[in-house]
Design a protein around this ligand. Sequence first.
Ligand code: SF4
Ligand code: SF4
Ligand code: FES
Length: 244
Amino acid sequence: MEKAVLKIKRFDGKKEWIDSYEIEIQDRTTIIEALMHIHDTTDPTLSFRVQCRSAICGTCGVKINGEKHVLGCKTKIKENLQNGELLIEPLSNMEVIKDLVVNHQDFLYRIKDVKGWFVPKEDFQPVYPEDLQKFDKETDCILCGICYSVCPVFETDKDFGGPINFVKVFRFWKDKNDALGDERIVLADKEHITSCVHCKYCSFSCPKQIPVEQDILQIEFYGKQKGIIKKEEGGFGFSTPFGF
Ligand code: SF4
Ligand code: SF4
Ligand code: FES
């Protein structure tokens, strides 16, 4: 056992402040285990989200040390201590309801804008492993909102659909039994897919290792080649972080 100080950003609906809690941790103690311990033994007013504790439900996302966005139930405290301390804050780009609890509706409601569900064709075809491989990773999305939290585009384009929406577009567009086909690319265009600056923060942060930025690149490239998405003049058919 060793001591660690958790600095937790608090919010009561009106004001923000930081509370510090000294706790004892083991090598394997996760952020969620520590938050539950503090809640049960020291401060029952501390609010946070937790459900499966197995990196499945996607509810426990938090920001740590001002830079990493992680699942609290999967992330060990010891590996992230800085001088014996860990700063824990709510995810970004979402309304904070209380302490570490954010409003997931901010991104969940947007999924309907890209029809983020399966629309079956009438002539349903048999599905083989090679068909599933085309969108295998994208089906792992647990709607944790971490990619949404790290994305810098919302600062400049409030109408940007966001990385989760484009993961949904990719997943169903690649499904040979989905009836919408290229209509999904039209929806991605309406959701300002070209506002993505390809920083890859979403891909690096995704706890399920979904190649979010590559999916966006593929949708954009295809859409521009097909004339569904307008090409930038003099560009290569897709945008890059280097402005060409
Ligand atoms: S790659 Fe695009 S979608 Fe992903 S975080 Fe960067 S700007 Fe946002
Ligand atoms: S793509 Fe990854 S980071 Fe984004 S919501 Fe899905 S699982 Fe979370
Ligand atoms: S509590 Fe379900 S993913 Fe962390």
